[in-house]
Design a protein around this ligand. Sequence first.
Ligand SMILES: *Cc1c(COP(=O)(O)O)cnc(C)c1O
Length: 427
Amino acid sequence: MNYYSLHHKSPKTTFKNAVVEGLAKDRGIYFPEAIIPLSKDFIDNISEYSNHEIAFEAIKQFVGDEIPETKLKEIIAETVSFDFPVISIDENIGTLELFHGPTMAFKDVGAKFMAKCLEYFNKDNDDEVTVLVATSGDTGGAVANGFLGAKGVNVVILYPSGKVSDIQEKQLTSLGQNITALEVNGVFDDCQDMVKTAFLDEEIKRTLTSANSINVARWLPQMFYFFFAYKQLHKQHKDIVFSVPSGNFGNICAGIMAQKLGLPVKHFVASTNVNDTVPNFLVDGVYKPKPSKATISNAMDVGNPSNFIRIQELFNNNLESLKNAFSSYSFTDDATRETMKKIYNNCGYIADPHGAVGYLGLKKHGLQENEYGVFLETAHPVKFLDVVEETLPVKVEIPEQIQKVINNKKVAIKIATYNDLKSFLIK
Ligand SMILES: *Cc1c(COP(=O)(O)O)cnc(C)c1O
């Protein structure tokens, strides 16, 4: 499968190059040249297939013959190694829990898949690839875990000092091996700026790539979630509305890809916190990115969502057809906390702030009689322990995979300026 840049100034390239480069030379993000729907027979009989088989069917055309089938199946087995249950919340609403992986946020699937692809592509190459990634919290842990021990791949994670939770910090600083954490004296935007500068710096001779959702190997496997939910629900519910808590809009964009592959989805709702660039765009058709605002659902604090351009491409840049299939609403922190309380009081379910924003999106959209709403629970409540325990009368039990890292030793190199990063990368 070939990929083109959405800036249309770089030549088409292979899956392999798209993964290794991350971003095209013209700074555009990559998009697959074709999307071929899966057979109706497969979709109708989806419950007969295992999650591994479903994932393989969904992704194989996007990889093509660049990874042999047996290897791709192996990668999928390593990636899809935990459950993705839909839990009933109300009579017509359920939540798709995506947090049963090693770092308890949905990014585990994309990070692991990308790591395994990169390791495969680099297996005969003497030069190591360096994955350079800025994180506001969750991405760092998922990437550190997903790439741990990947041969020929070094990972350098930049995170803002004092701005990530203790658990998140341990997840990204304590693994060692091929993972290095750089603790930046600054905020997330400073980390992000340093990473962008490094990508453009010709004096850095290492092969650099990024591991956020602009990378096709991190973005595309997120399609699996929507198939897994459909597999669990389609016998009882025909008209499924998905609400996806959105920041960079990679996850919801993958959902729309699943729909293009033939998965029956009635409607998509992109639910955001007060970072409302996309909800505003749907109102007046003007895309006005702005600086991000800090919220309690901090993994979605994004003012210029990098995947929205892919969503527009999926609808041929036509606002009317986009609006027919897709809505987007923004919610305040107060509304989010109220909703966490409401969900807890109604059914005893502990939603994290991101999931609560997703629930609000379904309510705002409104469900018709035959519709079933699914909001994605993108992180375990333990990852946002302070907010959850402040808002709800609960004590969240620390799951085993988190307990394991809490007692690890933090190892991070402190940096303050771009030059510090550069000297680290050049040495
Ligand atoms: C990354 C993240 C999101 C946002 O996902 P996008 O694909 O960037 O829209 C939502 N919730 C959690 C917990 C996350 O870590």
